[in-house]
Ligand binder design. Structure first.
Ligand code: NAD
Length: 496
């Protein structure tokens, strides 16, 4: 059986540590094994990154950016290979994997502009003959810990910008789908990255704890579920590290009575069921406002879902694929069962989907649940599956209160034709990313990505302008060159 190892100092290492099986969720079979790094292996990766830091810090930003230009080109050339690996180990359909990779490539494009971003700020004559400037210096060794659901895109949110800003990096990707991550990291080396600037260690909690405890790691970017994000944020802070930890979500779409219902249904279909609902921006709750919106929405959604096609990653005619593991499949089914037991109405039931030729895949069919209430477990927790729940309320204020009261605040959307209502909504809602008739308001690479409330621990968002701030520290230098022979007396008052 193939073993996915680690990438340390530019070399792939497959020593015999603990291992874990990686599944093909479409077939239910083991696809490969992945090595789980020991403390020693992680220390080796950190040491490699630290050794590479002094020379990389001194490499001119334009030269660092040139590596990113070549990297972008290689990612485009090898897109089919990367997407095939994503499909095999994640289960997402090829067009969806391509979309994810494209979004990742856009982050590499943004990193190509780093010399412009790193220019700093300069003020001449802040005092007589005194100039002052701020520059942005790299932190040193930075770590990234990433989730399974975007194996190509989320690591690319992190290391291109961290590296182009002059840091060196240790990535700990999800152990559930490591192969595409390794290929992408190897392409960056092919593009000319010096050994040690990016290291990849595969592993679990043991590897993560080692990164969090190492005094040589200066900052940590994390993306994953909220309980782990919170614990990582607390631990990283206790160990004196800068940390941004992005967590889970429960994204609501308000459907106003004046909305274009056919359009709202189409948008909701893709946003709720695309990638099997395993997106942190998936719309998992539709809040129907008013007397009739709920009935119309549920009826139209039910009809539209009749043609939804769940199946294996390799058939591009499928709308979405399996969920990531057998355990996760059971968890999603458990949420549907609990909603039903607590009084909700399962209108479209995806608990027993038929996928000919793939009897052991981890499939859940598209599921629509009506009359969900905020007290239900399925409403309170993140399901992370192809399940859309409908909550019915009387007014927009009630809908907004529902969203504001939820512990998560990642993304949200309103479907309406009323500009005033949309403006009020986007202005006041307590959520970090807002769509107006846009179901997945994932910011483009030159804005930053992040939720509010328990969807993000930390101050700075991921990628875009915030990434430059996160991966650098500001230094402000004030300079005077006294004229030769001029001596100034001691000054005891505060300089003004
Ligand atoms: P996860 O929290 O289980 O794992 C994320 C990472 O943390 C993985 O690398 C994993 O190995 C590591 N990890 C897991 N348990 C750990 C522990 N006890 N101690 C230390 N490290 C640990 O998340 P997942 O299941 O891989 O991904 C799905 C979750 O990620 C969902 O909740 C989703 O909403 C969230 N997510 C959020 C965003 C965002 O931007 N907010 C983006 C993508 C995914």
């Amino acid at each position: 059986m193939n073993l996915v190892g680690h990438l340390i100092h530019g070399e792939v290492i497959t020593n015999s540590e603990r291992q874990q099986s990686v599944y093909n969720p479409s077939t239910g079979e083991v696809n490969t094994e992945v090595a789980l790094a020991s403390h020693e292996t992680v220390e080796q990766a950190i040491a490699s990154a630290q050794a590479a830091f002094p020379a990389w810090r001194e490499t001119p930003p334009a030269k660092r950016a040139r590596v990113m230009f070549r990297f972008k080109q290689l990612l485009e050339e090898r897109a089919d290979d990367i997407c095939k690996l994503i499909g095999q180990e994640h289960g997402k359909i090829s067009h969806d994997a391509m979309g994810e990779l494209q979004r990742g490539i856009e982050n590499v494009e943004y990193a190509c502009g780093a010399p412009q971003l790193l220019k700093g700020e300069h003020s001449r004559n802040v005092g007589p003959g005194i100039d002052s400037w701020s520059e942005f210096q790299p932190l040193g060794v930075v770590a990234g810990i990433t989730p399974f659901n975007f194996p190509a895109m989320v690591p690319l949110w992190m290391y291109p910008m961290a590296i182009v800003c002059g840091n060196t990096f240790v990535l700990k990707p999800s152990e559930r789908n490591p192969s595409s991550v390794m290929l992408v990291a190897q392409l960056l080396h092919e593009a000319g990255l010096p050994p040690g600037v990016l290291n990849v260690v595969n592993g679990d909690k043991e590897a993560v704890d080692c990164l969090l405890e190492s005094p040589r790691v200066k900052a940590v970017s994390f993306v994953g579920s909220t309980p782990i994000a919170e614990s990582i944020y607390v631990k990283a802070n206790a160990n004196g590290k800068r940390c941004q930890a992005l967590g889970g979500a429960k994204n609501h779409a308000i459907v106003m009575p004046d909305a274009d219902m056919d359009n709202a249904v189409n948008q909701l279909l893709g946003a709720a069921f695309g990638s099997s609902g395993e997106r942190c921006m998936a719309l998992s709750v539709a809040v129907a406002v008013g007397e009739t919106a709920g009935d119309v929405l549920v009826e139209k959604m039910k009809n539209a879902m009749a043609t939804l096609k769940v199946g294996a990653f390799c058939d591009a005619t499928n709308d979405f694929g399996p969920v990531i593991t057998k355990q996760h499949q059971e968890k999603v089914l458990g949420f549907i069962n609990s909603a039903e037991a607590q009084g909700a109405n399962v209108v479209v039931d995806g608990r027993s989907p038929q996928v000919p030729g793939y009897p052991d895949g981890f499939f859940v069919g598209g599921t629509l649940i009506d009359n969900v209430t905020p007290q239900m477990t399925s409403y309170q927790e993140e399901i992370f599956g192809p399940v859309l729940q409908v909550v019915r309320v009387k007014t927009m204020q009630e809908a907004m209160r529902l969203i504001d009261d939820h512990e998560y605040g990642n993304g949200t959307c309103i479907f309406t034709r009323d500009g005033e209502a949309a403006r009020y909504f986007s202005d006041h809602i307590q959520v970090g990313m807002v769509g107006i008739n846009v179901p997945l308001p994932v910011p483009v690479s030159y804005h930053s990505f992040g939720g509010w409330k328990r969807s993000l621990f930390g101050d700075l968002h991921a990628y875009g302008p915030d990434a430059m701030r996160f991966y650098t520290k500001r230094k402000t230098i004030t300079q005077r060159w006294p004229s030769a022979g001029v001596r100034e007396g001691a000054e005891f008052s505060f300089p003004s």
